[in-house]
Design a binder for this molecule. Sequence first.
Ligand SMILES: [Zn+2]
Ligand SMILES: [Zn+2]
Length: 255
Amino acid sequence: MQLRILGCSGGIGGDRRTTSLLVDDDLLIDCGTGVGDLQLDEMRRLRHVFLTHTHLDHIAGLPLLVDTLFSDLIERPLVIHAQSDSMAIIQQHIFNWQIWPDFFELPAHSKPSVVFEAMEPGQSIELEGRRIEMIPVHHTVPAVGYRVQGASGSFAFSGDTTRNETLWQALNAHDGLDLLVVECGFSDEEREIAELSRHYCPSMLAADLERLRHDPEILVTHLKPGDEERIFAELQAAVPGRRLRRLNSGDRFRL
Ligand SMILES: [Zn+2]
Ligand SMILES: [Zn+2]
């Protein structure tokens, strides 16, 4: 299994891209601005998009991706996997003919270019040798993370979350974890904002990491633009025993 980071910033500017992770060549987790870096032929190989939640930085690329691929999707629709709550929000607020055409009805209701497959937290789905588990987390809107198990390795992605019981419990229920992509949106100085917006800051993430019984390489994502070095340094100081790395767009991992 391969993991390629298309976007992992909390914002835009320069080479920053918002969240999008490519698994092998056919499966996306989130569809932030990073998806725009794919070449057209790479986009055409996409079959599945798993969404963590409905915030714009995680879905901004989705309407444009679907439009770009439209003629290909007529024959084989793109499958969007998400919680029912998240999908209802996206259909009501994005694919509503006002912000963007309703591709769930195009070119025809009976032959849509995008289809929705509901998953609920705790459920798993098997796709060509990869098992994708949806894990509930704690954010300002319904939100999940995912754990992906391939033939020879596994990774998990927290999505956007603040302190929670569920992610760590779900990860501990498995035998191992090779990589953990986890958000840390704010510095400790901005702990209050992290709490209000339900993100992690280093001290909060450090406290939750104590519950993780595995020792994965920890890839830190969703850092606030301009504050990346400070947040990462604080986290390094807070969890000296863990293998930490700051995630960058373009990073690739083989699992
Ligand atoms: Zn969010
Ligand atoms: Zn976000």
